[in-house]
Design a protein around this ligand. Structure first.
Ligand SMILES: [Zn+2]
Length: 204
């Protein structure tokens, strides 16, 4: 195995140990590994492998769907980094390498395992979201059918709320997120109570 991994044909340079230090579930580690090995089936990569497909990013429909775009450059991805409280990582001058793999290796080696874990989960969510959009468009759903968050009118603040129950625990938990008319995150909170209420009651 060491011989095979070490041979030039299969070797991908990078500090692989740093990738495994992320505090994240296995599924997210696995995505990071696939991304850094260059084997995520982005549309750009599919075309390289002679799969005929539309190259455009299904989220913004403006640029080519490659790793750098879907995880770092797409407007929706950038908003997600900010919403996750990770905009300082996204904009850090040390992580502006021209390809996604190098950026990830740099983040993994410089940031704490906690931050790397949050970045890893964010990338996993972005990838899942992309897949949902793709499968929706395959089944004939148009862009207009997708429910999208919209900015509030000028001078207004929008608050999105969700309530969840953990079955058997007797607890209800709620999360709130406030955003201004430019769509910027302003504040958020989560809380739980030892009570079970209807979701309509909880959300109201
Ligand atoms: Zn995009």
């Amino acid at each position: 195995m060491r011989y095979i991994i070490g041979s030039d044909k299969y070797h991908v340079a990078g500090n692989w140990n740093d990738i495994w230090k992320a505090q994240a579930p296995h599924k997210a580690h696995h995505l990071l590994w696939r991304l850094c090995r260059g084997c995520l089936p982005t549309r750009y990569r599919l075309l390289e492998r002679r799969v005929e497909c539309n190259l455009n990013c299904p989220v913004c429909d403006e640029e080519i769907e490659d790793e750098l775009h879907i995880f770092f450059r797409c407007a929706v991805a950038r908003d997600s980094w900010c919403a996750a409280g990770l905009s300082s990582v996204l904009h850090n001058a040390a992580y502006q390498q021209p390809n996604a793999m190098d950026r990830i290796f740099a983040v993994c080696s410089n940031e704490s395992s906690d931050t790397v874990g949050r970045v890893t989960m964010l990338l996993w969510c972005l990838w899942q979201n992309l897949h949902k959009l793709r499968s929706n468009s395959v089944s004939g759903t148009t862009e207009a059918d997708l429910v999208r968050w919209e900015k509030p009118a000028l001078g207004w603040v929008k608050c999105n709320v969700d309530v969840a129950f953990v079955s058997g625990s007797g607890r209800s938990s709620a999360g709130l997120c406030f955003r201004d008319s430019s769509g910027q995150f302003m504040a958020g909170m989560t809380q739980w109570q030892q009570t079970v209420i209807l979701s309509v009651e909880g959300e109201s």
